[in-house]
Design a protein around this ligand. Structure first.
Ligand SMILES: O=C(O)CCC(=O)C(=O)O
Ligand SMILES: [Fe+2]
Length: 310
């Protein structure tokens, strides 16, 4: 079967990169939701004034300068770095709590769904796992802290080498990853090419204890809008943050086909949001129930040959 180069790469190396899959408009929307969410948090803790001073120290302040609009216009990585530092330094919030607020705002605005329903993502995912698709709605965004923040705070979402299978995902799931906010592409992910063919690598204390002597590491440098799709057995880790980088925000998503029941692992502990229906499921939805009575059809007598009810 000829799948094309991209999917061949997924089969061979365990991952594929979809260049420019996400539009600038959608990325901007995700960033705007992030800024609004952080602004609301800072407001709750009376920290907006301090943020203004950090961002615009040289500027004379006038009425209305603390408005959300002003912060939306800021450079996203700079805003993110200062907003994070204030929330981590001056409140009880952890990086996990902060991403959790942003993740929930993303769900409310359908950001995860919009990313997944982008044509170039759909076109590459569906040949691999089909069309009855869900993403794990109890997932999380990742924040990799800058050097300045990580000396002071727990860099909880910075991850050592792992396989998604250890997080409870089944072998038939797929992992999606894309950068949202970062100052450059140097602190993204490192993957081990072809490690998805090694099977389950033994772990202790949240890190692998038996890696082969020789393996090929690839340091990914995705541009904004590029998407990484990888196999749940691929070994990957957060790349160390270079000295000059600001903190990074990225969006990992776990995708599964809920019709594939053979390898559920711990997936049922999570919640899932359906974002695509196969043609077979679409017919089932018309029927509405497993007794196959035409429950949803208003009046079979009134049905036209093309299926419409008049
Ligand atoms: O963003 C990161 O640093 C880690 C992401 C990750 O482990 C994943 O997408 O599965
Ligand atoms: Fe991961």
């Amino acid at each position: 079967m000829n799948w094309g180069k991209t999917i061949e790469c997924f089969v061979h190396k365990g991952y594929m990169i979809l260049p420019g899959a996400i539009s600038e408009i959608l990325l901007d929307e995700a960033r705007k939701v992030t800024v609004c969410c952080l602004y609301d948090l800072l407001k709750e803790y009376n920290l907006v004034g301090k943020l203004y001073t950090l961002l615009f120290s040289n500027k004379i302040r006038s009425v209305g300068d603390n408005s959300l609009e002003m912060f939306i216009k800021c450079e996203a990585p700079l805003f993110f770095e200062h907003a994070l530092s204030l929330l981590l330094d001056e409140t009880e919030m952890s990086t996990f709590d902060i991403q959790s607020k942003i993740w929930k705002n993303f769900l409310f605005n359908d950001i995860q769904k919009k990313f997944l329903l982008t044509n170039s993502v759909v076109n590459k995912i569906m040949p691999i796992i089909g069309t009855d698709l869900q993403f794990q709605s109890s997932g999380s965004l990742t924040i990799s802290l800058s050097k300045a923040q990580s000396v002071k705070h727990n860099n909880y979402l910075f991850k050592k080498y792992h396989q998604e299978l250890w997080s409870g995902n089944s072998i038939s799931s797929l992992q999606f990853w894309t950068p949202l906010i970062e100052s450059n592409h140097d602190g993204q992910l490192v993957v081990i090419d072809c490690s998805h063919t090694w099977g389950l690598v033994p772990n202790e204390n949240r890190k692998p204890v038996a890696l082969p002597h020789k393996y090929e590491e690839t340091k990914l440098k995705l541009s904004f809008g590029d998407v990484l799709i990888f196999h749940p057995l691929l070994l990957h880790k957060s790349a160390p943050m270079p000295e000059r980088n600001y903190s990074r925000l990225s969006m990992p998503l776990t995708i599964r086909n809920w019709r594939i029941k053979s390898q559920v692992n711990f997936e049922e502990r999570h919640s899932w949001d359906t974002y695509s229906y196969s043609p077979l499921t679409s017919v089932e939805m018309k029927l509405g129930n497993s007794y196959l009575s035409p429950f949803r059809l208003v009046d079979v007598e009134m049905m036209q040959p093309d299926g419409r009810v008049v």
